[in-house]
Design a protein around this ligand. Structure first.
Ligand SMILES: O=C(O)CCC(=O)/C=C/C=C(\O)C(=O)O
Length: 289
């Protein structure tokens, strides 16, 4: 693959598409970077203020430099995409929307790298439309369902939901303190950017709470269907993940035949950020193999 210059910004790569989902028109925001023959879609997690750009700030450059086209989709209810109340499976909603977006871009097959909710949604799309998915990279997500070891909802998820209900800097810091293994890596600038993202779209915050109130299980358990997945899958987890426990990764590797699991020690829920260099090498090696 040919390397290409990485001169892009959020603004220069920002695009919108109109999608129809079950009779509803949705405007979906995405960033489109690089021009490779193969495309990697990155799907962010469900934290307040999360976006494709914010979640994958440390991962875009190496993939683009290696010759991949990278698409970051803001799921409905996050970033600059339209807001929505989701009363069913949010994993399936995101999957349908991504499928429509890729169709509109003429992309028959892509690799998907999904973080937490993004991982749940990547698995949902693989189950809905297997032809659409090349390889899968799942970080701290891939299916909802129970943990054998950790009371659910996990402590991080409780703090996340508390932050949606009361979006203050204090609650953001409480959540971020258990989000990563070493919170001393988190800067005031990062907190401020996250807070700005959250408060810019109060409709997203309110709709997330309304969705949870209507259906507390937004991310269904795909455990019984994992055996249908034929895509090669790299599962990446932090041993110290306090949002989606490590044994979810063990369930995924047991269920997906062509999968492998990499566990980072001293790592929380944000492997792609906390161990970015090592993570990027792992992903590039997996995609090239
Ligand atoms: O509840 C679940 O299973 C998913 C939780 C989740 O997606 C959390 C993600 C948090 C982030 O990625 C973020 O805040 O950046």
């Amino acid at each position: 693959m040919m390397a290409c210059a990485t001169t892009y910004t959020e603004a220069s790569s920002s695009r919108f598409a109109r999608i129809q989902d079950e009779g509803h028109a949705l405007q979906i925001h995405y960033n489109d970077i690089g021009q490779g023959a193969q495309t990697v879609v990155m799907l962010h997690g469900s934290g307040p203020g999360a976006t494709g750009w914010a979640n994958f700030s440390r991962n875009i450059d190496p993939l683009v430099a290696a010759g991949y086209r990278v698409i970051l989709m803001d799921c409905p209810g996050w970033g600059k995409s339209d807001s929505i109340v989701c009363t069913g499976s949010r994993s399936d909603l995101n999957a349908r929307v991504l499928d429509r977006l890729l169709e509109s871009l003429g992309l028959e097959q892509v690799h998907i790298l999904g973080n937490s909710m993004g991982g749940h949604s990547a698995v949902a799309l693989t189950l809905q439309n297997p032809q659409r998915v090349g390889k899968l990279v799942l970080m701290g997500g891939g299916t909802g369902g129970i943990s054998s070891f950790v009371p659910m909802p996990a402590e991080g998820i409780k703090l996340l939901q508390g932050l949606y209900r009361e979006p203050t800097l204090e609650n953001l810091k409480k959540m971020m303190a258990v989000f990563v293994f070493d919170p001393s890596d988190l800067t005031e600038a990062l907190f401020q950017q996250r807070l700005d993202n959250m408060l810019r779209r109060r409709d997203h915050l309110e709709n997330f709470v309304a969705s949870l109130d209507a259906n507390p299980r937004q991310f269904p358990d795909f455990g019984a269907r994992l055996g249908e997945i034929r895509s090669r899958t790299l599962i990446v987890w932090g041993r110290n993940d306090r949002f989606v426990p490590l044994d979810t990764g063990l369930r995924l590797v047991a269920g997906i035949a062509q999968s492998e699991l990499h566990i980072f020690n001293q790592c929380g829920h944000w492997a792609q950020w906390e161990h970015a260099e090592r993570f990027n090498r792992l992903v590039l090696d997996f995609l090239r193999d």
